[in-house]
Ligand binder design. Sequence first.
Ligand code: NAP
Ligand code: ZN
Ligand code: ZN
Length: 347
Amino acid sequence: MLPTKAYAAFAPGSPLGPYELLRREPGEHDVLIDIAFCGVCHSDLHQVRDEWRGGSYPMVPGHEIVGRVARVGSGVRGFAVGDPVGVGCLVDSCRTCPSCQRDLEQFCENGPAWTYNGTLMDRKTQTYGGYSTRIVVDQAFVLRVPRNLDLAGAAPLLCAGITTYSPLRHWHVGKGTRVGVVGLGGLGHMAVKLAAAMGAEVTVLSTSHKKEPDAKRLGARAFAVTTAEGALSRLAGHFDLVVDTLSAEHDYNAYLSTLRVDGAMVLLGIPPQAAPVQAFSLIGGRRSLAGSLIGGIAETQEMLDFCGTHGITSDIELIRMQGIGEAYERMLRGDVRYRFVIDTATL
Ligand code: NAP
Ligand code: ZN
Ligand code: ZN
């Protein structure tokens, strides 16, 4: 076994602290990765605080992992020591069910193996995430990071990047598509960059008026402060697609009204509370309310290659592992510009 330094939450909501875990020796199909950077996703915070229930502790969060290959098993093809690689929210799936056959491992009908706060497919071995110095992952779930991308800035692509890329592709965003991005945080800022690169006309809908210059710099054409009187009614019937990344409870009906005929609003943010939806918000204009969960492995590689071609990375603030508590506090206040990334050398 490989002793590995990590940071863990020891009980729901407890501050994170040092923890040592044991990674398995790499098997025939495994890749051992020396983790260089790990992004801090709002999902880490929801799970550390057990807001979605059923969390298992000690919990080592982190599913925006990038690093370099340190060792490969004898059956590994296409990865060599030193290669820049990434791991996202998934480390395995059954590989045989209809979803896995369709490259939708995130919807594995037998339940995928989540990178942390879950188990491997044996349903016994606890998984631990990227707030750690190394990880062992089956080659089928290891992604190639384009060499032209800054490695730290590429870390958030493994969750925030694919989570926003997948619905933009699924709803056929292209030149001239009117896309509304609700919430300019980690997911939101990636949605703006990716949709703009696909040719969309992007509007950011934010509670923070101070983020307007950033929204424009990231590629948005327009900006609306959602707390201002009448802001959403001025956008009534405007968007083809609304991408909702809010982590906290809010009124879906208000945002549904901004969709044009046949428009869709896709929920990416996962507030723990349920929220009522009025039938009237949907029937007028034949609108759809949908959701989307990260993306499959093949699509994640496609997204990384797209980012390599367009030179897209995340706007990050590099932090020490010891600063994670403060980073969580700032995330709760919506004060993230636009993703915290942990330098795992500080472990
Ligand atoms: P984040 O960086 O914290 O951004 C969330 C943004 O929502 C904030 O920047 C803020 O934007 C807005 N916001 C926060 N609190 C708010 C409040 N009380 N009222 C109104 N707006 C508020 O979070 P993230 O990492 O992007 O994640 C966002 C959500 O997506 C989380 O719930 C996370 O669990 C979920 N998620 C889902 C998936 C998936 O596969 N579906 C994947 C990853 C994450 P403004 O300042 O612009 O208003
Ligand atoms: Zn995430
Ligand atoms: Zn499956």
